[in-house]
Ligand binder design. Sequence first.
Ligand code: CTP
Length: 282
Amino acid sequence: LLLLGLIVPARAQQPDTTTVTSSVEELSAEIAALKAKTSTWDKVLAALPEIFLAGLQALSPQDMAGLRVMVTLGPTREAWDGVRFWSNPSSGLMGSALAVCAWLRGAEVTAICGPGVSAFLPRGVQRHDVTNAHGMYEAARGLWPDMDMGMFTAAVADFSPAPLGERKFKKSEAPDGFSLDFRPNPDILHNLAAVRRPGQKVLGFAAETAPDMDALLPLARAKLARKKADLLAANRVNAVGSGFGTPTNSVAVADARGREEIWPSQSKADVAWELCTWLLRI
Ligand code: CTP
């Protein structure tokens, strides 16, 4: 726009019609050239993360090469009328960090994303978009037999409200308020861990409202056993700098071999890298 502002007044000085016509033609040509340059520049800018990642991939250990990894990430949305839903503030950042790390380390990665996930995923990652818990379960169940690892980071709604119909529920229908009935959704991690074949590894997360990190470890251990996962990372969704939507996380980790640790707050990328390393060791 700044450039156009400089070009247009200069052309506007010219008086007769032929000059104006040729000036308009020149201007159109200049605009076309500018547009071409802008789109080339846009393409370069858009390609930068991929160029950067390709460099990082070349520097990364390829210790996950040949592995097929499935990641669930983000929230699910459970509709209760034609326009409203029940959900949570998950951003999918932890799942995208895991997808990026596994991909950097050579894995073939498939991401099953809940609605609204805008977290970065490399172009090499296969992406499936789903809306609700049932849709995520169907997508994951279909892919699971071909996978070597499942990383279940999605904040899946445990319950869905019984829908009140396809249309918008009107205020006039419930002047004194109303109640919704909730039905349980499938537990994706639990169901898929139960049907895994030998060698398939399962990483689960636990979203907890624990008072401190020490209280988190027993919760991680309990969920690891209940979900039959190989590795479980519990995070405090009620703590600043941890849980939903933050770039950092502090987690308590426990694995099926009895190893457990509390990791101080660090970037989700660092947490993801370390979790991949733990999974490979199990
Ligand atoms: N999970 C899942 N499907 C569900 C619920 C949870 O796959 N329907 C997965 C999550 O992706 C996470 C793990 O199970 O890896 C634990 O989720 P969390 O919400 O912490 O626990 P819940 O199983 O919902 O149990 P609770 O509500 O009792 O904490």
